[in-house]
Design a protein around this ligand. Structure first.
Ligand code: FAD
Length: 425
């Protein structure tokens, strides 16, 4: 019997494992089980929609799902339709690639006030994730936004919010969401870092892109910039490039008619105030006791990372092994850190290891036929690859150009579209 392998989670990590195994061991049968009716994880629901998914990555995901030996089972979840023990009984090897958990809260009083959102929840709403149905409240009253964080996600959120309606018209975004974002009467976007400017984990090219924004302008705290410039000679190449990118933004003369994206550093959140909605955030400067800063904000977005929630992420060794035949990959393995490129490289190593350790063993497990039986017994409404292709086709057909697609947002619509032959429009 051919080797049977289950991959749990069809995000970048799961699909990178699938692609590598399908290529290296075409005789193995691979089943991808995914909680949502659609694949791609955060590559579909997490990225800022003004920057489309890299074509090479899209091609890799499609190649993984379309490989002859691979079957996609959408709308079935570990911990819901089956548990790990079920999968381990059915398969020679199981890879858990379920990603990380929810946004980490800011951890200060008031962080649950309406209008305080995690960055990934916000982007998942923007991108039509069916698990995040409701928009942040009262966006039409948001004049000031605070984005807390110094990483690339904070920058992505700030850049997206700063886009003009004309720029948003081209993004991979539903017209309703684009209209909601465009109608925000924004006066300022504050990007607040806890540490100094040089601790920012952003790409210089992404900072440079801010100069091209149609209606907004980056404003860098001059004191933070001067502090960083004072140590410029001692910096490594990457830090020098980062400093140069911030300095280039700061060198642009301020145009008061443009929406400012204010980068400030060395500020720790102390408290968020508000009633029905957040109104104000209070920050402290750890290097200057007693010097607090209060900022008005009707929307606060915490881009300070995701929780680790899976039970498996601490149990594996460096190379992903949880137990014989059971592996972890991606953010389920290493926590919420690393870009897709890094995650994919790491996931390929997990695939190589799996093949080395399990690849030569004769298969004794029922694999796909066993999974099909189990899911039928448990009444699961699964989405196949053909079902996902119907969703994909319907979304593309419904798009008003130049947008690439119009997302189906509700679970019910996704499932009915997956079940029906695509209508010719
Ligand atoms: C807001 C945000 C923006 C980002 N922007 C970028 C960017 O612009 N460029 C970049 O390179 N990287 C970006 N990243 C990082 C990138 O998204 C990650 O590196 C990558 O998605 C991690 O892949 P993964 O497969 O481990 O996890 P995920 O992408 O989270 O995929 C996990 C998959 O598992 C499924 N799943 C979860 N639980 C279960 C279960 N119980 N049963 C079955 N399936 C399950 C999920 O539905 C999902 O499909 C961003 C991350 C965030 C949070």
């Amino acid at each position: 019997m051919p080797l049977s392998i289950a991959i749990v989670g069809a995000g970048p990590a799961g699909l990178a494992v699938v692609e590598r195994i399908a290529r290296k061991a075409p005789q193995a049968r691979i089943d991808v089980v995914e909680k949502l009716p659609v694949p791609y994880g955060l590559a579909r629901y997490g990225l800022a929609p003004d920057r489309p998914l890299d074509k090479k990555l899209t091609a890799l995901f499609v190649r993984a799902l379309k490989a002859k030996s691979v079957a996609f089972w959408g709308n079935v979840a570990l911990g819901r339709e089956f548990d790990l023990a079920d999968l381990r009984m059915l398969y020679d090897a199981v890879v858990v690639a379920t990603g990380a958990g929810a946004d980490r809260p800011l951890g200060v009083p008031g962080d649950q006030t309406p209008g305080v959102w995690g960055a990934s929840a916000f982007l998942r709403w923007v991108n039509g994730d069916p698990e995040i149905a409701a928009p942040p409240p009262a966006l039409d009253r948001v004049r000031n936004v605070i984005v807390v964080g110094q990483g690339s996600v904070a920058l992505e959120v700030a850049r997206l919010l700063a886009r003009s309606p004309k720029e948003l018209a081209k993004a991979d975004l539903d017209p309703e969401v684009a209209a909601t974002l465009a109608a925000m009467p924004l006066q300022a976007i504050h990007v607040i870092g806890r540490n100094d400017l040089l601790a920012s984990r952003v790409q210089p090219a992404d900072l440079a892109e801010l100069k091209k924004l149609a209606r907004a302008q980056a404003v860098v705290d001059p004191e933070a910039l001067a502090q960083a410039e004072a140590v410029a000679d001692d910096l490594d190449r990457d830090r020098k490039a980062l400093l140069k990118a911030f300095a280039a933004l700061a060198a642009v003369p301020r145009d008061e008619s443009r929406l400012p994206i204010r980068f400030q550093f060395h500020l720790r959140p102390l408290r968020l105030d508000g009633g029905a909605c957040v109104e104000r955030a209070l920050f402290t400067r750890p290097d200057r006791l007693g010097q607090n800063l209060a900022l008005r904000a009707e929307l606060v977005i915490a881009a300070t990372g995701l929780e680790r929630t899976t039970a498996y992420d601490r149990l594996h060794d460096d190379r992903g092994l949880i137990a014989p035949g059971l592996y972890a990959a991606g953010w389920a393995k290493r926590g919420a850190t690393g870009s897709m490129e890094e995650i994919i490289a790491d996931a390929r190593l997990v695939a190589e290891r799996l093949l080395k350790e399990v690849g030569a063993t004769p298969s004794t497990r029922p694999g796909r036929a066993g999974l099909a039986r189990l899911l039928e017994e448990r009444g699961a409404a699964t989405v196949s690859l053909a079902g996902w292709q119907r969703i994909d086709a319907a979304e593309r057909a419904a798009a008003a150009k130049p947008r690439p697609r119009r997302r189906l947002r509700a679970f019910e619509t996704l499932l009915t579209t997956a079940a029906e032959p695509a209508r010719l429009l």
